[in-house]
Design a protein around this ligand. Structure first.
Ligand SMILES: [Fe+2]
Length: 357
């Protein structure tokens, strides 16, 4: 498959935050990550790491000002490439969007056409992730982390066409899936249209489901989240694990909240329907354990996938949040129709619960 920029896998993710140190410490504790990077000077910038997942918390004045305006948010999505300069030059030829190279770090930046101004960063293995950071010599050693790497990042936008076109034209991504979700019940309407854009990088797949509201829907979660943030944004970050039962148990113990079924009856039906959804595919994990932990199960090719979505990462806004995902399938880009709808419903329920409290 075409890979014009030499993308290998996802790279570091940068968040603009109001208070970098307290957010870095809080996320490290709540997500079981290591406070791996601290400021090399007086700048408010930190990095938390778990295996191949690196979150940079940027609270420098300009970043903090944007976080005050839009809430703490994902500002940059890193892509690991063979050669950052070559990737940037190739990207520049394929787009009219602004590109620049940071001379001191060799990291390339590409502005995306999202109105949210999420940037992409092209970074090589071994490159300093960010100016102003140094390794934290006093980082406490964590033996096992609850996840290994980023599986996908979901983007919410008012109109997906320009975003999709950008990912196709610049990154050489292809549409690997699409969903139209519309669930209406006595409590709410959950609706969205999503196209999953992806590229099989030389080391891992890089996947971006891109959501837009369905025409005529101004009330459900995607338009609500767009209003809340005020622009396009990364809605959730999916983190891959080899053992979701251990991961969820650990993360719950660390205080991360997860979305729940709207009532026991709904949960009961969901797990009773698992054999119907999966057909002949057998699930290795005990269904009772998955049910106790609220983990979602769906078909994926000839295998299956297990997922669970967290509540908010930062106290003040409903996005971004994380997803923990375990893939037991040889199909890389599948998401599971049933789970897409289950997430949409769980989010609507959670929004209403919060509005009541
Ligand atoms: Fe997801």
């Amino acid at each position: 498959m075409e890979n014009p920029l030499g993308i290998k896998r996802f790279g570091p993710l940068t968040f603009y935050v109001k208070d970098a140190q307290s957010e870095a410490e809080r996320l490290a504790t709540m997500l079981g990550m290591n406070l791996a990077y601290v400021p090399s000077g007086t700048e408010q910038i930190f990095g938390v790491e778990a295996n191949d997942v690196l979150f940079i918390l940027d609270g420098t004045p300009q970043a903090a000002a944007l976080a005050a305006q839009y809430g703490n948010h994902v500002s940059e999505i890193g892509l690991r490439v063979e050669n950052s300069r070559a990737a940037l030059e190739a990207a520049a030829k394929r787009t009219t969007e602004q590109t620049r190279l940071c001379e001191s770090t060799g990291v390339g930046y590409l502005r995306s056409p999202h109105d949210g101004e999420i940037q992409f960063r092209f970074i090589e293995d071994g490159q300093v992730p960010y100016r102003g950071l140094k390794k934290n010599e006093r980082a406490s050693a964590v033996i096992t982390y609850p996840f290994q790497r980023i599986d996908h990042i979901v983007v919410n936008t008012q109109a997906i066409k320009p975003v999709i076109a950008f990912m196709q034209d610049v990154f050489g991504m292809k549409k690997v899936n699409e969903f139209t979700i519309r669930v209406e019940n006595d409590e709410f309407l959950a609706s969205l249209y999503s196209e999953v854009m992806g590229i099989y990088g030389t080391e891992q797949a890089v996947l971006f489901p891109v959501n837009e509201p369905l025409a005529g829907d101004s009330v459900s979660q995607i338009p609500a989240q767009l209003r809340e943030v005020g622009r396009s944004h990364a809605q959730h970050i999916a983190l891959a694990t080899d053992n979701i039962i251990d991961s969820i148990t650990t993360l719950r113990g660390r205080g991360l909240g997860f979305l729940e079924f709207r009532n026991d009856e709904h949960a009961k039906h969901y797990y009773e329907d698992v054999p119907k959804r999966l057909g002949k595919i057998s699930v290795e994990e005990a269904l009772e354990t998955l049910r106790r932990l609220g983990i979602l199960v769906d078909k994926c090719g000839q295998g299956y996938l297990l997922q669970l979505f967290s509540k908010r990462m930062f106290p003040e806004k409903s996005v971004p949040f994380v997803e923990i995902i375990q893939r037991a399938s040889d199909v890389i880009g599948c998401f599971g129709d049933g789970n897409f709808a289950a997430l949409a419903e769980a989010l609507e329920h959670s929004m209403r619960q919060e509005a009541k409290s």
